[in-house]
Design a protein around this ligand. Structure first.
Ligand SMILES: *Cc1c(COP(=O)(O)O)cnc(C)c1O
Length: 415
């Protein structure tokens, strides 16, 4: 018997795998509709590139919003996670585990804050900060101090406490009554902070650059002034490094640009290069307040996520890596300013950013432009109403940054 020749499936669009449209139909039936999702299903990634279910390639200059800092499927991170998958996935935090301890050692050395608590997300890391503030003030004998000052246009998470810390009314609407103990003041305005400090103030929580708020950096000297104010009034200074940490701004953490040391910070997004893990890092004296039983998390510091994070840190701690982040950021800013000059005046209102956290503020609402950029093959997202945010992986090449800006130019020129 001779075998009949078999029809060969096209490698680009194998007939067995469902299309973007088919998968999205299913999503609309089953997923809670709480996100405004771009109509593509991403199925594969490599470095700064991803592919959708129809086989279409995209340049990914968003990296899961500042999360995949080493790009998709970085071989060293993949190998570390795979090795851990084959040995032990999870143990309760009532036991010790090696990857978590190694990660605590790496993170505390890198940040200068000697105590680490692990959780699973940025919101949870900030939640740990908020609980820490209250507990420290109780332990100091000043339980009347429980308020946290945060900033307008800030973003700190979606739990009830962290969304209340977030200084944007649109995230509060419908969830009132909000928990007590939060005051919002204009970002960068040290006099407003000074005026807001009262007998109930416990801490100040600040982002070095407001990511969600439109890639806006605090004015130079602001963190230094906050540090001095906190020292003067006996307050705790907390820095939300969920987006700016892990080398994103070209130094290990955003606060380092001002040479200050916060009392505690939150870290998440890029820590596990996409595996869910967050951390709260604090000074020795503060750490003493979270005694056994006061705080915890089942999955916090999960072995696979911690193994991946250890690989991430080993790479990021090579000195040339963050030097490269700074150089590529400068390259992007210079090219983006040239582009601003070539486009109709005012189309790009401002070019902002530090390291590889970058924003182009437009003269119009940005959401429809994000869709046009995606159709042209570029993945980025909106930060605030009018800013296109770029948070490319650190392994991005200058050519890829130029390619991304060329797509931006084509799209913005035709608006
Ligand atoms: C993303 C983000 C958070 C929230 O992190 P989740 O992991 O989504 O909970 C908090 N703060 C900042 C600055 C962020 O960018």
């Amino acid at each position: 018997m001779t075998a009949l020749p078999q029809p060969q499936p096209s490698p680009a669009a194998p007939s067995a795998s469902p299309s973007n449209d088919a998968i999205i139909q299913k999503a609309k039936r089953h997923l809670l509709q709480n996100y405004k999702q771009q109509p593509v299903v991403l199925v594969r990634g490599q470095g700064s590139r991803v592919w959708d279910a129809d086989g279409r390639e995209y340049l990914d200059l968003l990296g899961g919003i500042a999360t995949c800092a080493l790009g998709h499927c970085h071989p060293e991170v993949v190998a570390a996670a795979k090795a851990q998958l084959d040995s032990l996935w999870h143990v309760s935090n009532v036991f010790y585990s090696q990857p978590q301890i190694d990660l605590a050692a790496q993170l505390t050395e890198w940040s200068g804050l000697p105590r680490a608590f692990f959780c699973n997300s940025g919101g949870e890391a900030n939640e740990a900060l908020l609980k820490l503030a209250r507990k420290v003030m109780k332990d100091r004998g000043t339980p009347e101090r429980y308020e946290v000052i945060t900033f307008e246009k800030s973003f700190h998470g979606r739990t009830l406490a962290t969304v209340t810390a977030t200084g944007q009314a649109k995230y509060h609407a419908g969830f009132e009554p909000l928990p007590a103990g939060f005051t919002h003041v204009p970002y960068g305005d040290i006099d407003a902070v000074r005026r807001a400090v009262g007998p109930a103030t416990a801490a100040i929580l600040v982002e070095p650059i407001q990511g969600e708020g439109g890639v806006r950096a605090a004015p130079p000297g602001f963190l230094t002034a906050l540090r001095a104010l906190c020292d003067e009034r006996g307050l705790l200074l907390f820095v939300d490094e969920v987006q700016t940490g892990m080398g994103r701004t070209g130094l290990p953490f955003g606060f380092m640009h001002e040479g200050i040391l916060p009392d505690a910070i939150s870290v998440a997004k890029a820590l596990g290069n996409g595996l869910p893990i967050g951390a709260m890092l604090c000074r020795e004296e503060l750490g003493k307040s979270l005694t056994p039983g006061t705080h915890g998390s089942t999955f916090g510091g999960n072995l696979v996520a911690a193994a991946a994070a250890n690989a991430v840190l080993r790479i990021l701690r090579r000195p040339e890596v963050l030097q490269d982040v700074r150089a590529k950021g400068e390259h992007f800013l210079a090219r983006a300013r040239e582009l601003q000059g070539r486009l109709p005046p005012g189309r790009i209102q401002a070019v902002r950013g530090q390291g590889l956290l970058l924003g182009l503020e437009l003269d119009r609402e940005v959401a429809p432009v994000i869709g046009l950029l995606r159709e042209a093959g570029l993945l980025v997202n909106a930060a605030g109403e009018r800013t296109v945010r770029f948070a490319p992986p650190f392994i991005v090449t200058r050519e890829e940054l130029d390619e991304g800006l060329a797509i931006v130019e084509r799209v913005l020129a035709t608006l």
